[in-house]
Design a protein around this ligand. Sequence first.
Ligand code: ADP
Length: 173
Amino acid sequence: MTVVEAVQGDITAQQVDAIVNAANSSLLGGGGVDGAIHAAAGRELLEECRRLRAGAWPDGLPVGEAVATGAGRLPARWVIHTVGPNRHRGQTDQALLASCFTRSLDVAAQVGARSVAFPAVSAGVYGWDAAEVARVAVSAVGDWLGSSSGTLELVRFVLFGEDVCSAFAAELP
Ligand code: ADP
């Protein structure tokens, strides 16, 4: 059984195999959790992201897609970058948000991560309501786990604020 939990905290401090970054399409850093992850991971992470732009993703990472890099100085082994839909740009499709979570788990399984931490993708600058993100995220992760082969031991939602943490806790079984 995979443990799915919600905790209040800073995702950069998590002792898990992989942390998910709410990146933007450029993959070259930004504000919010993206800025915090790059600041804590150091230059190595930015270099790896630049290499992804020079190689696999020359036009940037599409919304709803995910890709893994190393994690620089972070305690985690991998950072999985995903791009959430931006409500301020009219990206209101829940399926795109769900895809951020399921594609991140696909990538986590591919690299062999057994524990994964997620932030509230799109609930910050990208303008989605935290309760809606919580609903979509918990449902997407549950669906993914239901059809997976079961190598993942832990999915932890790591939420900055008390309100967002409560919203996620309310969705968990
Ligand atoms: P987006 O652009 O996808 O909306 P943001 O980084 O602006 O992403 O916000 C996503 C969520 O991450 C917000 O709820 C924000 O409060 C939260 N957040 C910001 N920094 C951290 C952090 N260090 N650890 C965990 N969550 C964070």
